[in-house]
Design a protein around this ligand. Structure first.
Ligand SMILES: *Cc1c(COP(=O)(O)O)cnc(C)c1O
Length: 373
């Protein structure tokens, strides 16, 4: 008799090689035609991607840049912040959100979050001072923050709203795309995002023609033609090849999001909700599930248990930004944002990527449930 082979399963947290395998021929053809044009930075394919993204999002203007971080910095830069001008943002994002406020010349001010990990509108109200210039919500995990409440606060206090939509490609709120709900929206097309380039890339969304025009020159050394610089700018442009990759993948984004949403739905019905909390979706949300995050006790032990069973997980993010060494000068300390701090110890991101099928998700859910039994 031959013993039944019990082979270790592997459920990767992300699988970019599998994504490429599924698109290889078409993507290589798109890259080849981009190369054949002789454009390298900017060019026809960049304009085509910007126009297609604007159509997809239902926005007037899309301005592509070199990364999501640059999108945030430049979007904040057009607000002309002074050194003590404050921008309110959550402390539980990727560090780029806060760093962008610093690099745009402003002062980051944090507001705590809700059980669903997005910024708490009541905490925004509490953080407003005479120096507040803007609110920067982060649509964490692909779930859009409460933009009805945030826009109402912004209107009341005459503040700009810069959406950090880096994790929200494909997400909607009241039927409108992430990034089109505030003054300016910022996207990342980093390889790990739902709409991903084959390297760094990002873009800014706005309906305001004057802001779009200014962003186009800020990303290009401040030049309005070859020899006229009207204000100092930076170099943050999209490569022609990345534009071709993004143009190709933009048409597949809704399919990717549909698969991730379905995977999230399977988790929701399979996970033991007495042991783990996965924030429910409100009726106005269309969540893109950039990540699927649970909150639970004994998070680190669970993570180790899952790793032993071949399941890749991540933590977004283990150290809140106000407790990072770089944030020391802002003067915050432990205890200032209790919801964020408690979540940082309890959050675990389960694999939800579009290469996983029902059986994979059920295996992960069963392994999580087994740990708590
Ligand atoms: C990824 C990310 C960014 C930064 O985008 P890059 O393209 O990596 O520069 C900013 N904010 C959030 C919330 C992100 O997830």
């Amino acid at each position: 008799m031959v013993a039944v082979e019990t082979r270790q399963r592997t459920i990767p947290y992300v699988d970019l090689a599998a994504q490429f395998a599924g698109e290889r021929e078409e993507l290589l053809a798109a890259i080849e035609s981009a190369l054949a044009t002789g454009h390298w930075v900017g060019g026809a394919m960049v304009e085509e991607f910007e126009a297609a993204a604007a159509r997809y999002l239902g926005a007037r203007h899309v301005v592509s840049v070199a990364s999501g971080t640059d999108a945030l910095i430049l979007a904040l830069r057009v607000l002309d912040l002074g050194p003590n001008d404050e921008v309110i943002t959550p402390p539980n994002s990727f560090v780029a959100s806060t760093a962008a406020i610093h690099f745009a010349g402003g002062k980051p001010v944090f507001a705590d979050v809700l059980p669903d990990q997005n910024i708490d509108p009541a905490a925004i109200e509490d953080a407003i001072t005479p120096r507040t210039r803007a609110i920067m919500p982060v649509h964490l995990s692909g779930r859009i923050a409460d933009m009805d409440a945030i826009n109402a606060i912004a209107a009341k206090h005459k503040l700009a709203v810069i959406e950090d939509a880096a994790q929200a490609a494909g997400a909607r709120f009241n039927g409108r795309a992430a990034g089109t709900l505030g003054t300016l929206g910022c996207y990342s097309a980093h390889p790990l995002k739902n709409l991903n380039a084959a390297g760094d890339a990002g873009f800014i969304v706005t309906d305001d023609a004057a802001l779009a025009e200014r962003l186009r020159r800020l990303r290009n050394n401040g030049l309005i033609d070859r020899n006229t610089v009207v204000e100092w700018g930076v170099v943050s442009r999209l490569d022609h090849i990345q534009a071709a990759v993004l143009r190709y993948r933009l048409d597949r984004l809704d399919g990717i999001v549909a698969t991730r949403r379905n995977n999230a739905k399977i988790y929701r019905s399979a996970l033991n909700d007495r042991a783990v909390f996965a924030p429910p979706c409100r009726p106005q949300e269309f969540n893109a599930f950039h990540t699927f995050v649970i909150q639970c006790d004994r998070r680190d032990a669970l993570r180790e248990h899952l790793a032993k069973q071949g399941i890749g997980t991540a933590i977004h993010y283990p150290v809140p930004i106000h407790l990072q060494p770089a944030a020391r000068a802002l003067g915050y300390s432990k205890g200032d944002f209790p919801v964020t701090e408690r979540q940082a110890e309890r959050i675990l991101t389960l694999p939800v990527n579009q290469t996983l099928v029902r059986d994979d998700i059920e295996y992960v859910a069963e392994t999580v449930n087994g740990f708590f039994r």
